[in-house]
Unconditional design. Sequence first.
Length: 571
Amino acid sequence: MTAIGWAQALFLLVAVVLSTPPLGRLLLAALERGSSRARRPLRWLEGLVLRGAGVDVAEQSWRAYSRSLLVFSAAGVAITFAIQRLQHLLPLNPARVGPVGAALAFNTAASFVSNTNWQAYAGETTMSYLTQMAGLTWQNFVSAAAGLAVAMALARGLTRAGDGRGDGTVGNFWVDLTRATVHVLLPLSIAAALFFASRGVIQNFDPPRVVTTIEGATRTLAMGPVASQEAIKQVGTNGGGFFNANAAHPFENPDPLANFVSMFLILALPAAATFTFGRMAGDARQGWALLAAMGILFVAGLAVAYWAEASPPGPSLDGVDARAGNLEGKEVRFGAAASALYATVTTDASCGAVNAMHDSFTPLGGLVTLFNIQMGEVVFGGVGAGLYGVLVMAIVAVFIAGLMVGRTPEYLGKKIEARQMRLATLYILIPPILILVFAAWSLVAPYGRGALGNAGPHGLSEVLYAFTSAAGNNGSAFAGLAADTPWYDVTLGLVMLAGRFLMMLPVLALAGSLAGKRVVPPGPGTLPTGGALFVFLLVGVIVIAGALTFFPALALGPIVEHFLMRAGQVH
């Protein structure tokens, strides 16, 4: 561990914090304040889309909002599936790749519509340029916008004063989706794409190039419109790479500056959403408290991951220079520090981008990436998903605090009662059910075990990571698992859809129930939710919820593997 390594992390956190107010105001102006000047430059495009689609812009109940979300997403799965199956008949296919198999096409469609971007394929040899753009990159935009829309619905439910007569309205899905895409994701992605292209990320429609190496051998270099996909991949916390190597590929991530900006873009909008929430609540401290809890968990995870990757290796890694740390599966141009930082960023956020292979991390380094996702991806989380995830945990935290003092809990003046806790509990229980049931099934069935690249505890970690990544809509992987099999294509696709939409529905129901509640003034027993006490209570609830659920599985996987490694055994 070096001072330079920690300086990178500190600089990143400072950049994210400094960008939080201006980006938070942008989100507020784009999605909540209709007369804002920030929307003026592209208001014509917003109007063109809404009028062209014939959208009724009236506010919706949470049920109508949910129906709109599900119909739009189902159409996205169908269209993305069709583009992959027909890509050999469509233009912009200079490499002449064939149609994607049905199981893999379903898995990929489910992956990108759910904002997971799990990739059981090599992008440069499987997908045409049209599929990459019209199918995958398009879903990068709208899946991130859908996450922002749901987050805004829950924020409205918490911050609007209802009449106490029942569920209230939570906004309009079509309006939120359009505004998030047009006024937030599109401008930021254009700026990011221009930056990446300036650093050497390729952007063209050329066919693959055959080049001669200095040894006289020939190699084929994949080409394509990479910078445009790279931009929304990071801005929208999507993570899907144009190339199989993702951000370890020099055409996607050419140098340390591009690497740093990639990490910044991944965290920027999830952090900014907390500021937006604080402004909507009329109390900036509410947003900063959420961001502080995220920051504490981020630093704690990074400390363990960086120590594990940079510390002297165990006996099973004899012969490796201890000063360099564990460099297996890492790009030398980034080293242990930037690789551990990038892995922590992408698993704290709902982003599957990787600049190193997590399968090659030390057991404790891999444990951090696993546990980051298993906490619910609320440490920054995905665009939108991080905010509504941490707000659900905040509701649970105030409920627990209310039980401690024997009074009805409140959050922002809204009483948290039985219905709200049932919905919050359902939200928390869905991921572990999906992860543990399907991981256990895969480990006992021969068609699941046959895809393992390793035996013993590391093999368990590979399967556990796959379903954790799918249910958490993260998309990164322990690369030792051969995931492009009918079993994993179908089950991971189903888990990705369930991990996205079965969790959005309780959030929207929660938003509707809270939107109809009256705001009550704080009393002597009200827990202040904008201070340090609440921050540490929230951190504790998040960690305990993850630790109690997944500790047995983690103990049998990366923790056992760590002790085996220290004892000089590899399995």
